[in-house]
Write a protein that binds this ligand. Structure first.
Ligand SMILES: [Zn+2]
Length: 154
């Protein structure tokens, strides 16, 4: 595959978000409550300028197939928001320096890097040009919280 590979940017599934919003429990049994925060929201992939109502929950971005399937904290808007669907890099994240982790089809980590601001899309495309890489996870540079994943567009 070429580095001009078309990419898809994948937010947290609406089903996970709606379950958390309606039950105020996450899939790991934690009791959840709305908090005033700046996000970023892992559903719409926006970073709020003003504090908004968010829910903090635990989320596991990889299927539960092995030790690399980490569980960690994410914020989502407390009320419905439109899930990010795009083949362009989420613009609120573009100015950030970001951690990228490339995972294989078996859920094992293949490679990782820290992408300078504005370079994460190119770096993710470079990882996804390798057939062994199935998905690239984008994370915060220092907190290391999960943000979203990048896959090849079908
Ligand atoms: Zn949102």
């Amino acid at each position: 595959m070429k580095s001009r590979e078309k990419l898809r940017f994948v937010a947290v599934p609406m089903e996970v978000a709606n379950d958390a919003r309606t039950t105020l429990r996450d899939r790991f049994g934690h009791r959840l409550s709305p908090v005033l925060e700046h996000g970023p929201c892992r559903v719409c992939l926006r970073i709020s300028r003003e504090a908004e109502d968010f829910i903090l929950l635990s989320y596991q971005p990889l299927p539960d197939t092995g030790p690399y399937a980490e569980i960690g904290p994410i914020f989502i808007h407390a009320r419905h928001c439109s899930p990010y669907e795009g083949t362009t890099f989420p613009e609120d994240f573009a100015p950030r320096r970001l951690v990228l982790r490339a995972y294989g089809h078996d859920g094992r980590i293949v490679d990782a890097s820290v992408a300078e601001a504005g370079t994460a899309q190119h770096e993710a495309a470079r990882f996804l040009s390798k057939p062994a890489v199935a998905e690239v996870h984008v994370r915060h540079e220092s907190y290391n919280c999960y943000d979203f994943k990048i896959v090849r567009a079908e």
